[in-house]
Design a protein around this ligand. Structure first.
Ligand code: FES
Length: 158
């Protein structure tokens, strides 16, 4: 190998190393970007607060029963798409975007076998956390902050 061949060999090694490092960095950035897909819907960035008395709301009345769930459109939340409300305990009502994190299609069925089920491609989510239990979805459902007082039946959505 003469000096020129050695130089070419060094360049090849450098390019191999550099391209591997770039690949690792690109994959890392991709996964970080995926993590960020669960940020709150922009509609809620202005600290919108909406309250309901669930016993007086036609749709939310069903939530007087533990483990009940219902879809409801709430103005200024979730870009006009329905929110999935689930009463997971005496004092907790969860609120999730109905937009599936797999392909953004609207989940139109709620609980099946104690799981939030997206019938489009079969993803399943945990009602207590929104975390993925079964793919193809990879990221949790977007969750809205709630408080619920079982004494007054007042549900606050933030
Ligand atoms: S859009 Fe829900 S599983 Fe594909």
């Amino acid at each position: 190998m003469n000096w020129t061949d050695a130089s070419i060999e060094q360049r090849r090694d450098f390019l191999k190393t550099a391209s591997s490092a770039f690949g690792v960095a690109a994959c890392g950035a991709f996964f970080i970007a995926c993590e960020n897909t669960t940020v709150k819907n922009p509609d809620t960035q202005n600290n919108q607060i909406t309250t309901f008395t669930i016993t007086e709301d036609v749709k939310l009345q069903v939530l007087t029963t533990i483990n009940a769930s219902v879809f409801k459109v709430v103005p200024n939340f979730n870009s006009g798409f329905p929110i999935l409300f689930i009463r997971t305990s005496e004092s907790v009502i969860k609120a999730y975007s109905s937009s599936c994190t797999h392909q953004g299609l609207v989940i139109n069925e709620s609980l099946e076998n104690g799981r939030i089920y997206c019938s489009w491609h079969g993803s399943e989510f945990d009602p207590a956390s929104g975390n993925v239990l079964q793919g193809p979805a990879l990221t949790p459902l977007v969750q809205f902050s709630t408080t619920f007082d079982p004494l007054t039946n007042i549900l606050t959505l933030k």
